[in-house]
Design a binder for this molecule. Structure first.
Ligand code: GLN
Length: 557
């Protein structure tokens, strides 16, 4: 007699599909040569998009050769934004690109660092799992790397796993990764391929493109036992047939497999450029897969056209302390692009240093803006500038969006200037604050370790009826991603609400305030969570869409 429930049957079916897929899953490795920052992440995401647009299930993984267990403890100046996944993993910002391009969530399994690999191997050694054996880079570290790669293919039900190897071939720290790729290729036989991304510099004085650095970098890869199947050549000038032929000859690949990646005006153009170069066809041919289904890129093209040919333009200010490095606010800047396309307008973002904003300079920095976003952040530097910025936006009816620390600053400003609590602060900055309107969450009080210990990842939020948030989300139950230790102090909430700032979203279990707003203001919203992580090309985030809509309204007023 069959006693399985419907749910169990579904699970069984999906397990069967996954194990069936695991035997068929194809692995594409993307390595980089000559220099870093050539855009491996964008090439990986673009190829994934093209395969997805042909109906394949694709995921992308990033292997980072640094020793930090994750980038959560890294200063944004070092490595740009820390991207947070649904499952609360603090990851490399490339995962943001993967999600924005594919509109599918990633998880901890999509980002692995050398630190994490070693931690796992050392933990095993301490447990006695290798008893009697000498634990070595080869095979133990390289085996662990291979496990991390195959895990995605074995459990995710994917047709393709694209694995981007961080760093540049030839670096000491990426050697174990290249070795793992070499071994995996042997094991997977015709289910694996390697794409190598290099730079073809243009020498102004000679007026020529140079292939030598690419030749050297491919030689380096070959000397490690890996022959690339495809060369993606990043260039500022058209390569032309003769250069492609030369690269093919010297690097031992077919000419069709030399793909030009010319500088683009927007990263969202790259999938179409890769289609033009037939990267997806070369990949499918390599795996003996049909290439006759045309990729469905209609919605992507329509999005791109909206970016390229906007009907209007708004200027928003992003006030933060890492503005020298745009990558520190990557997801916010991309969410603005998505929301701009939705509103068919160009969003010009002015990055304003929170330390440069002070009482005397507010108007000079802020009065021309159509909207103001106060950024997330940590620590004291620039916080008073952020609080003054909120005041200016609130008093001058400029659409205001505060994210995480930005929302906390909005609460502090309201407490100081509307409730008259001039000592209001966050205990992050003033531990013994007399009016701690923002304070440490209860379960953070005993936390001493820094890595992975914040309130991280997806939590539910109940949205209050008849609020701006409710009308924006068109739902009373949402989920958003978090990365913080401090929270709104609910003992002050009554006072806030009586005076015009309400909590329009709360966590249903803990009662933590997740969204604040000022109903009398044209558009004033603060979120304890980070909506920017969830904005994608196919699904621009409703809060960003509405904020840009409000900025547009102000602009046209
Ligand atoms: N520093 C604040 C906290 O930990 C805000 C964090 C953030 O903006 N991501 O709560």
């Amino acid at each position: 007699m069959c006693t399985s429930t419907h749910g169990e049957l579904l699970n069984l079916q999906s397990e069967r599909r996954n194990s069936f897929m695991a035997d068929k899953c194809k692995y594409i490795f993307v390595t980089g040569g000559v220099t870093s920052s050539l855009g491996k992440g964008i090439i990986s995401a673009s190829l994934a998009k093209l395969l997805q647009a042909r109906g394949y299930r694709v995921t992308i993984q990033k292997l980072d050769p640094y020793i930090n267990v994750d980038p959560g403890t890294l200063n944004p100046y070092e490595h740009g934004e820390c991207y947070v996944t649904e499952d609360g993993a603090e990851t490399d910002l490339d995962l943001g690109h993967y999600e924005r391009f594919l509109n599918t969530p990633t998880s901890q399994a999509n980002n692995v660092t050398t630190g994490r690999i070693y931690q796992e191997v050392i933990n095993r050694e301490r447990r006695g799992d290798y008893l009697g054996k000498t634990v070595q880079v080869i095979p133990h570290i390289t085996d662990e790397i291979q496990e991390c790669i195959k895990k995605l293919g074995n459990t995710g039900g994917f047709d393709f796993v694209i694995t981007e190897i961080g760093g540049t071939v030839g670096d000491i720290e990426s050697l174990p990764y290249v070795e793992a790729v070499r071994q995996l290729r042997l094991e997977l036989e015709n289910r694996a391929m390697v794409i190598h991304l290099t730079l073809i510099p243009y020498l102004e004085a000679a007026g020529e493109l140079k292939t030598k650095p690419t030749q050297h970098s491919v030689k380096m890869l070959q000397s490690l036992g890996v022959q690339p199947d495809v060369i993606v050549a990043r260039t500022s000038h058209e390569l032309g047939e003769s250069i492609k032929k030369k690269i093919a000859q010297f690097c031992n690949v077919r000419k069709k497999a030399v793909i030009q990646s010319i500088d683009a005006s927007t990263i969202y153009e790259v999938p179409l450029m890769m289609k033009e170069e037939q990267l997806d066809e070369v990949v499918l041919n390599k795996f003996d897969l049909e290439d006759n289904i045309k990729p469905d890129l209609d919605s992507w093209i329509s999005f791109l056209n909206k970016i390229k040919y906007p009907k209007s333009r708004v200027t928003v200010g992003l006030i933060g302390k890492y503005v020298e490095l745009k990558d520190a606010y990557k997801s916010i800047l991309e969410a603005f692009i998505h929301a701009g396309a939705y509103n068919e307008c160009k969003v010009k973002v002015e990055l304003i240093h929170s330390e440069s904003v002070s009482k005397g300079s507010l108007s000079e920095h802020l009065s021309h803006l159509d909207g103001i976003l106060v950024a997330p952040g940590f620590g004291e530097r620039g916080i008073e500038g952020k609080i003054e910025t909120v005041k200016f936006a609130r008093e001058n009816n400029i659409p205001f969006f505060g994210i995480c620390l930005g929302m906390q600053c909005a609460s502090i400003e309201f407490a100081r200037n509307v409730l008259g609590l001039e000592d209001a602060h966050t205990t992050e900055i003033e531990e013994k604050s007399k009016e701690p309107v923002i304070y440490l969450m209860e379960d953070q009080k005993t936390v001493t370790e820094k890595g992975g210990t914040m309130r991280l990842g997806t939590y539910a939020c109940a949205v209050k009826k008849d609020t701006l948030a409710a009308s924006i989300y068109s739902s009373d139950n949402i989920t958003e991603r978090h990365r913080h230790r401090f929270e709104f102090n609910n003992t002050y909430l009554n006072e806030f609400e009586k005076n015009g700032m309400i909590a329009s979203g709360k966590n249903p279990e803990s009662g933590l305030v997740e969204i604040i707003e000022i109903p009398k203001h044209p558009w004033f919203v603060g979120t304890q969570f980070h909506p920017e992580y969830k904005s994608t090309v196919d699904n621009p985030h409703p809060l960003f869409v509405s904020f840009i809509g409000a900025a547009l309204k102000k602009h046209n007023f």
